[in-house]
Ligand binder design. Sequence first.
Ligand code: NAP
Length: 283
Amino acid sequence: MAKIISGKELSAKLKADMAAQVAEFPEKYGRVPHLVVILVGDNPASVSYVTGKAKASETVGIKNTTIRKPETISEEELLSLIRALNEDDSVDGILVQLPLPKHISESKVIETISKAKDVDGFHPLNVAALWQKEDCVLPCTPKGIIKMLKAAGVGINGKRAVVIGRSNIVGLPVAKLLLDENATVTIAHSRTENLAELTRQAEILVVAIGRPKFVTADMVSEGTVVIDVGVNRDAETGKLCGDVDYAEVEPKASVITPVPGGVGPMTICCLMENTIECFLAKH
Ligand code: NAP
């Protein structure tokens, strides 16, 4: 039986600690942190993520403004809105919910958000700082994964870690954070040959692919620490599931994260932490 890391429980504890910290801000700094979330269009998954972020803000005591714009908003209109928020001293964090409609360049949007208000940690200057080991806003999902490993008492130092997925928002930064914790890291992707042979060597396996139940029992060794980042719909049941076949893999793993209730809540929790960090950096 694997130890299950509940991101739901861990994030609830961390959010309670943050709420106590934020409660002192009005007296210390005259106000609470302010996070602005921009949602373009009405993609149901995006609406649900934005709602989750607003709820978490409320729990922590962070002011949350969600700005909803129609799918037809022009790129320039969106960039102007971001520029205005960059200039607004009452705003500490800006997040534009991705994905965006095809006519809007995501990279232009990310580059337009001020580095100091980039609570997602996606701005090229924050990415560069991460790879240079300088102070930066860390991307929420990778940051949350390291917190989960530490909270579960998983030693990362010197361990063989395999990350499946090389996206800018999960795979690459989580590999870098594991490297910074002195793991020996291999990054796998869709062109990796003999993937199962590789993943069986992992002591820590992070899976961020976006394919339901992709990682099966034959791909992991006994005692592996398994972090499942994927959020997918199971075609048969219609329920949320991860990239890992949980029922098959859990008995072999020493530690595992569930989906839902694993990495997802920690991502939102780290967004709250990043908003507080951006606020404190200004004060
Ligand atoms: P992404 O940008 O689509 O990247 C997927 C990665 O998986 C790519 O690097 C791709 O390789 C690799 N891949 C795809 N098929 C593969 C295969 N058969 N074998 C090996 N590698 C394969 O996705 P993402 O944004 O990183 O997200 C990954 C998953 O995590 C999604 O389910 C997403 O919803 C979820 N997610 C969850 C959270 C959370 O908070 N829980 C946050 C972010 C993302 P190539 O580079 O070769 O194409």
